[in-house]
Design a binder for this molecule. Structure first.
Ligand code: ACO
Length: 321
């Protein structure tokens, strides 16, 4: 088994950003409601940038910062629920765009836990020696999945991508990582795929948009996240007090505050950038870690925690280097 290090990161967002006040042109809402219920102030919305574009741009930045040759990358995993194509995968399009000709490339769908699911696969692959470098990307254009007349969902989401390159290393910085799912709760968050319509069936009539039972999601998140954070620390030499920052999936500031309270950890240890980007699903954790980079010092222990549709969740304990 080898050690694994987080080598570099990249981020990409659409140029257009939209404030809460601007949303009042589309739906009956207010800046006050959105800010007080969620902590979101604005979000970036695609005016043509695709999920693939964002994934490629984030990957290019991570690659540039890493200093490696793209041909050294052995694995590319893109976590997304908003790929532009079912086939080819977003990961294969990234592979072609960055010239990672020796990589195995595929997408995974684990919603807002997608980056952590991808990181689990990638770090396991690096750890056992399957590859020396692995690229994991969370990329979403969620603005195409919401009903822009439904104020209960369209105000929450944004578009963006974050990328990370993991490297085989003599020192191990990824201390622990685990993921879990519970398909029994799947109905609280759904997004349909291509509807069934064929020679035997007239097109089914379900809504094409994202559905969210907000209260059920809140309950799931505030229950599973504290448990998930404690679980990733178990069996390590780190305690909650040792952790410099917690980076949760950026869904809702109230979820983060509730988790901080349950764990009896100061809320300022929970990094937030959702006021700027909204909920970007699989992209939110790498985008948040990217934004926090400047503040981190070598040796800082950090916990990442994702939770989302499926339902899925997972956490990573890493030491910044
Ligand atoms: N603007 C104004 N009013 C609104 C809006 C809006 N954008 N959306 C809903 N309302 C109204 C409702 O219609 C309702 O009105 P009524 O009482 O007249 O019927 C009222 O506000 C309260 O609605 P609730 O859904 O009960 O609002 P709640 O206080 O529960 O907040 C929220 C909703 C923010 C979604 C909350 O349930 C929550 O935080 N859930 C967690 C879900 C989440 O974070 N999802 C992110 C995506 S999933 C993920 O990333 C894992």
């Amino acid at each position: 088994m080898y050690g694994v290090k987080l080598l570099s990161m990249g981020k990409a967002v659409p140029v257009r950003h939209m404030t809460n006040d601007e949303l009042t042109q589309f739906v009956d809402t207010s800046d006050e409601w959105i800010k007080s219920r969620t902590g979101i102030e604005k979000r970036h919305i695609s005016t043509g940038e695709t999920t693939t574009d964002l994934a490629i741009n984030a990957a290019k930045e991570a690659l540039e910062r890493s200093g490696i040759d793209p041909r050294q990358i052995g694995l590319i995993v893109v976590a997304t629920i908003t790929g532009d194509y079912i086939m080819p995968s977003t990961a294969c399009q990234v592979q072609a765009a960055i010239g990672a000709e020796n990589a195995t490339a595929f997408d995974i769908a684990a919603a807002c836990s997608g980056f952590l699911y991808g990181a689990k696969l990638a770090t396991d692959a690096v750890r056992v020696g399957s590859c020396e470098y692995a690229l994991v990307i969370g990329a979403e254009v969620l603005s195409k999945t919401v009903d822009w007349e439904d104020r209960s969902t369209c105000v929450l989401f944004g578009d963006g991508a974050g990328a990370a390159i993991f490297q085989k290393h003599h020192k191990n910085n990824i201390i622990n990582i685990y993921t879990q799912s519970n398909g029994g709760l799947s109905e609280c968050l759904t997004l349909p795929s291509i509807p069934l319509k064929n020679c035997c069936v007239e097109q089914e009539t379900r809504s094409p948009y994202m559905f969210m039972d907000g209260r059920a999601v809140y309950k799931f998140a505030t229950t599973v996240v504290p448990m998930s954070i404690q679980r990733v620390l178990e069996g390590t030499s780190y305690t909650l007090d040792d952790i410099k920052y917690f980076i949760l999936h950026q869904a809702n500031a109230r979820i983060m505050d509730s988790v901080a309270k349950k764990l009896e950890v100061p809320t300022d240890k929970f990094f937030k950038n959702l006021h700027e980007y909204g909920n970007t699903s699989s992209a939110s954790i790498p985008m948040a870690l990217y934004d926090l980079q400047e503040e981190l010092k070598p040796g800082d222990p950090i916990v990442l925690c994702g939770f989302g549709g499926g339902v899925t969740w997972g956490s990573m304990l890493l030491v910044w280097e």
